[in-house]
Ligand binder design. Structure first.
Ligand code: NCD
Length: 303
């Protein structure tokens, strides 16, 4: 079975460090644009997105091109998936065209794992249901390391709809490999206690002030309404209890970093004042996505 990148859980700390080191290498120097390289010349990557995406899909496209690969993007709405073709048939069809790797996003948790058992082509998971989003956690780690130097000794608050967030799960797996102190915060209905068992010492709270107290990083999450089958918390009260606002930043560490994987909903999980402030690393995360995906594609295709 070819090794793609399906999740963070099965990576070792060394694997993560190797990908992050290579990502650093691909980061452009200040004021420069990304270099265009020939590393993957002649290789073809298929981006197959069964769920909507702006950042992740574009970022994989740019990353592949910067490495000299050809990449084509297929979205479910414009493909035969909308004509009722099954996932396995779509993937087999694409597999018969022999791309060198498939980057896929799907609403079913485990879809890329399932397909990787059938297809002789490496698969990179760009988000599967509520399960994992490995490149997001890697780019988040790179962004934190850029600002803090390392992950050592950090306390990181992850706030919002934890239950439906593949970003939260991948981050919990990654950060716990580095001994980061993690606190998960959100409405009780959206913070499943099972997540605390991923690693020792994970704290759970419904009090945002407790979560941000002494945190070096605050990671906000989008309320994933598309995955909530019944309203988990009254929409009009969410911002009052869990929306990040200037009054929270005033109570946090003076150099706290605010992150969000995007897309952000201003006035629901974060206020504009905070999203656009000096403390926000949201656009740095987007930029780092390209370097991280270059490192991942290189690793997957050059093995
Ligand atoms: C995230 C996703 O799709 O999981 N977005 C992203 O990839 N940047 C988070 C989200 O949709 O809320």
């Amino acid at each position: 079975m070819p090794a793609g990148l399906l999740d963070i859980e099965s990576l070792s700390r060394n694997d993560v460090e190797a990908i992050l080191a290579r990502s650093k290498f691909f980061q452009p120097a200040a004021g420069q644009t990304f270099k265009r390289l020939d590393t993957l010349r002649g290789r073809t990557v298929v981006n197959l997105f069964f769920e909507s995406s702006t950042r992740t899909r574009t970022s994989f496209e740019i990353a592949a091109r910067r490495l000299g690969a050809d990449i084509l993007s297929i979205t479910a709405a414009g493909s035969s998936v909308s004509k009722g073709e099954s996932l396995v048939d779509t993937l087999n069809t694409l597999g018969a065209m022999r791309p060198d790797a498939i980057v896929m996003r799907h609403s079913a948790s485990g879809a890329p794992h399932f397909l990787s058992r059938y297809l002789p082509i490496p698969i990179v998971n760009a988000g599967d249901g509520t399960h994992e989003h490995p490149t997001q956690a890697l780019l988040d780690a790179l962004t934190i390391i850029d600002r803090r130097g390392s992950l050592d000794g950090l306390r990181i608050a992850i706030i919002g709809d934890i239950a439906h967030s593949r970003v939260a799960r991948s981050n919990i797996f990654l950060l716990s490999k580095f001994g980061v102190q993690i606190v998960l915060c959100g409405p009780a209905s959206l913070v499943p206690s099972e997540l605390a068992s991923i690693a020792p010492g994970i704290e759970l709270t419904t009090d945002i002030f407790k979560a941000i107290d002494n945190a070096h990083v605050i990671m906000m999450l989008r309320v994933q309404l598309e995955r909530q089958h019944e309203a988990a918390f009254p929409a009009n009260e969410y911002f009052q209890f869990f929306g990040l606002r200037p009054e929270h930043i005033e109570r946090a560490k003076p150099d706290v970093i605010v992150m969000h994987p995007g897309p952000i909903n201003r006035g629901r999980e974060i206020s504009s004042e905070v999203a656009d402030s000096q403390r926000s690393a949201i656009l740095n995360q987007v930029e780092n996505g390209i370097a991280v995906r270059m490192a991942v594609l290189e690793r997957v295709l050059m093995q």
